[in-house]
Design a protein around this ligand. Sequence first.
Ligand code: 3PG
Length: 357
Amino acid sequence: MKTIRDITDLKDKKVLLRVDFNVPVTENNQIDDTFRVKKQKEIIDYLISHGAKVIMTSHITTVSSFADLIPQFHILLGLEINFIKSVADIGKYFQNYAGPALLENVRQNEGEEKNDPEFAKELAEGFDLYINNAFGECHRNYASVSAITKCLPSYAGPLLEQEIVQLSKVIEAPKEGKVVIMGGAKASTKVPVIKNLINLSEAILLGGVVANDVLKEKDQDMGSSVVDADSHELLAGLDLNDSRLVIPKDFIIFDNKILDIGDETMHFYLDIVSKAKTIIWNGPLGLFENPVFAKGTNEIAQAIVASSAFKVIGGGDTISAVDKIGLLDKFDFVSTGGGAMLAFLAGDKLPGLEALN
Ligand code: 3PG
């Protein structure tokens, strides 16, 4: 994979930079989690300081357009960011280049999700090179991370490199002392990680819906708790009695729903975490958005931070939970990937990375 160190001269080069600005946005159009945006500052500053002309492209799913968020990008990146409404306007923008710019939501183009080579060609028009710094989107076989690499000399940005190095490091870390914590809502993205890492870890601590699914398969009465209808198929091939797979024993229940791990489970988990040498965490252990059900998640976060383990977290909700209690900078690595981090940990080939190879 070529990286930006392989680019010999950036002076006046027109660079298409793929970033991941898919951020949560409040009802008042405020960016609710700024972590991903700030992580792009390094590459943008680097390109500008080397004389490149930069146009960024990204998708966003929480709102349809980037238009109203531009002033916030300006503040978060400490740079004036211009806005280009359509791919067809890129040529005109370069004629009177006025500093870095962000293109409108790339998913507004039909060809993006189809990985359409014609759309990729259109997007590449007028650029000299392409840099992918959007690790969070590398699990998608979409035009702005995949087909585009057939149209321009293509390079991995520093964030891609960091993510690959750090996530590989946790996968390859010795089995003894390796603890994986999986919680949150989307069990279908967590189970493949558990299947891939169970033989490479000492313990996998479960919470959230993935724990509910396992409990359901073990014939526990789940009341009105959230469970996946297809939990049986989802968990097929996983030995639910494997002693390394640790499931909650007691719970905080409200309205007949499991909403957090109970105290006994929490202390059991805290003890395992305190002895760990490597910790990978994705997904809160309860409904942390409500402070009444945030205890398990908060205590685990504090225990991880207090441990001497190499600590990695990822996933929008986990980052937001940890950020809420001011502990985000205490982790050794915070992945910008949600689905992409999980796909990588599951051992999948990521189309965006394959395309750069
Ligand atoms: C994410 O939020 O995990 C990435 O931006 C990918 O978004 P997607 O799931 O909509 O492709």
